[in-house]
Design a protein around this ligand. Structure first.
Ligand SMILES: C[S@@+](CC[C@H](N)C(=O)[O-])C[C@H]1O[C@@H](n2cnc3c(N)ncnc32)[C@H](O)[C@@H]1O
Length: 189
């Protein structure tokens, strides 16, 4: 059975073509940013947000190592600042919630800004495009953020979006779960 992050990447890979505009809403150490930059290709564009300078520096370094820095706009800012987002259509948006691995564990994503960013993402999502959220419930505030995000997503109109929840239910230590949204394409179920 695949882990949440792997499943998220499979969904994103199926939705992103060369030349696409995509967003990494929480770039952290830059692993997803590299993944997105490879998918979007030389003609594509990745917008990568993180509030921590440490994360932007780490992501920049990882992109440089992969020769992908030119495809990425790095933004040291909160992902709920709509003025920094690319215009529609956006093919994919990845969120990896919680804290920066190896960083300050008290600096975590928060329900209010995550939900506000999700609204921006949904408004700009291309038909067939996807939003993925890898969600952690084991740290303080994680369960509350999950509940708020899930409540928001479960209210998205089913005539426009499909929303999925994927989780392994017999594992110790609260493994991450996946929430994913796809904007429907006209004429397709
Ligand atoms: C789990 S880490 C992301 C891991 C990353 N995707 C990777 O591949 O390494 C979560 C990140 O979200 C960032 N973050 C927290 N609140 C944020 C916000 N409002 N806007 C953007 N990033 C935020 C944290 O600084 C942290 O680096």
């Amino acid at each position: 059975m695949k882990k949440a992050l792997l499943f998220a990447r499979e969904l994103v890979a199926a939705a992103v073509a060369e030349g696409a505009t995509v967003v990494d809403a929480t770039c952290g150490n830059g692993h997803d940013t590299v993944f997105l930059a490879e998918l979007a290709g030389a003609a594509g564009r990745v917008y990568a947000f993180d509030i921590q300078k440490e994360a932007i520096v780490a992501t920049r370094e990882r992109l440089l190592q992969h020769g992908l820095l030119e495809r990425v706009t790095l933004l040291q800012a909160s992902h709920d600042d709509s003025t920094l987002w690319p215009p529609a259509p956006v093919s994919a948006v990845m969120f990896n919630l919680g804290y920066l691995p190896g960083g300050d564990h008290s600096l975590v994503t928060k329900a209010a800004s995550t939900v506000a960013a999700l609204q921006i993402a949904a408004d700009r999502l291309k038909p067939g495009g996807v939003i993925t959220l890898v969600v952690y419930t084991g740290h303080p505030g994680g369960l509350e953020e999950y509940s708020e995000v899930r409540r928001f997503l479960s209210c998205l109109p089913q005539t426009e979006f499909t929303v999925l929840e994927y989780r392994l239910i017999n594992q110790v230590n609260n493994p991450p779960l996946l929430l994913a949204v796809q904007r429907l394409q006209a004429g397709r179920p």
